[in-house]
Design a binder for this molecule. Structure first.
Ligand SMILES: [Fe+2]
Length: 366
């Protein structure tokens, strides 16, 4: 039987820049829907006729949904003389892998910010560290990932917050706060069915070590969406503003109303901010090319130009946003029920519910 490669091992290999050849053996439909960037797709049933596309002098990693077809493909290719490993657990395992980068912000030596990207899902979390304290923003249920990065930076997680009530992944905020004893910050406008958290209030600040984070209410993706401003340097925009587009307004079934709120957020809350502020979103879509050693970000000024929806009329904005909504992420309603506290969830169930690509943004391609 051909050898296997763990998802973490694949990530480390990509971070090192190893010369791996990734081969996705799922159907073209599965590949088109959700994939690792830079892989070649040859469905397993076509492999025997496509061998000429595969290198003999590089290690090949075969990939499928859960690691079964990729194992069969790896066995076949090993017999044909190739160096092959199968990605154990497939895309589902890849969905749990994080790549962490340091964000080079000028915080006057007061603290550090880390961007933690969940490569398979396009979800982004942040860790802000200062004076031995850490705030984690938008964590997943894989709480050990955040504990690891905090420990590496000699910090204790003292604060945990979500920028909004997520619909595409199970929030780990409550679990992480319980595990660490940290203060949990959520926006009560999201209608949580539990109350053991501190309310996020518009204009209020929270201090982590020597770093101040200000809350700016920014509805439109959800009612309680909040932008977190880090000092005078950066905005964590949640799902309101991405490097490739704007937040989708439809996940609470009121796309027209929410698009109006989103327009108002752009006009009243973001347009007046300094163009030099660096925007860090909570997600990225498949069109964003991720450099494994570079944060995903852009200045607000760059995004105003790139996205072109800051200076249009209200009608134009609503019309564009509501007519370019992507398909919904799988299991949205069930995930929202978990995140509002209606249903309990364990991390293993979360992994199954979260299969599939990120679809949080209305992309702007014009
Ligand atoms: Fe969201």
């Amino acid at each position: 039987m051909a050898k296997e490669m763990e998802a973490e091992e694949l990530k480390s290999s990509l971070e090192r820049g190893d010369s791996l050849f990734m081969l996705d053996v799922r159907t073209p439909e599965e590949y088109a829907d959700w994939r690792i960037e830079g892989v070649l797709n040859v469905p397993i049933n076509d492999l025997d006729t496509q061998l000429a596309q595969l290198p003999k002098n590089r290690e090949i990693v075969t990939i499928c949904a859960r690691g079964n077809r990729s194992q069969l493909a790896a066995d076949f290719l090993t017999k044909a003389g190739y160096q092959v490993k199968s990605l154990r657990g497939g895309m589902v395992a890849w969905n749990t892998v994080y790549n962490t980068v340091h964000v080079p912000l000028q915080l006057d030596g007061k603290g550090q910010v880390f961007q933690m990207r969940r490569l398979g899902k396009g979800c982004i979390s942040y860790l802000i560290v200062s004076e031995g304290e850490a705030l984690v923003v938008d964590p997943s249920c894989r709480t050990e990932k955040f504990l690891e990065v905090a420990k590496e930076n000699d910090a204790k997680i003292t604060h945990v917050a979500d920028t909004h009530q997520h619909a595409d992944h199970v929030s780990g905020a409550r679990l992480l706060a319980e595990t660490t004893g940290a203060s949990l910050y959520l926006n009560p406008l999201e209608e949580y069915l539990f109350s053991d958290f501190k309310p996020i209030e518009d204009g209020a600040s929270v201090t982590v070590g020597n770093v101040s984070i200000r809350f700016i209410h920014a509805p439109g993706h959800t009612r309680g969406s909040t932008v977190f401003q880090i000092g005078d340097q950066a905005l964590l925009t949640g799902d309101i503003l991405f490097v490739e587009g704007v937040g989708r307004p439809d996940l609470r079934d009121k796309a027209q109303d929410f698009a109006e709120e989103l327009y108002s957020t752009y006009q009243k809350r973001l347009n007046s901010q300094s163009d030099d502020l660096v925007v860090f979103p909570a997600h990225y879509g498949s069109q964003v090319k991720v450099q494994l050693n570079q944060p995903i970000s852009a200045t607000l000024g760059e995004l105003k130009k790139r996205i072109g929806l800051f200076n249009v009329t209200k009608d134009e904005f609503i019309s564009y946003v509501t007519s370019n909504i992507p398909p919904r992420p799988p299991n949205t309603q069930y995930i929202v029920k978990i995140n509002r506290g209606e249903i309990d969830c364990d991390p293993l169930q979360a992994e199954r519910l979260e299969e599939g690509p990120n679809r949080c943004a209305v992309s702007v391609t014009r």
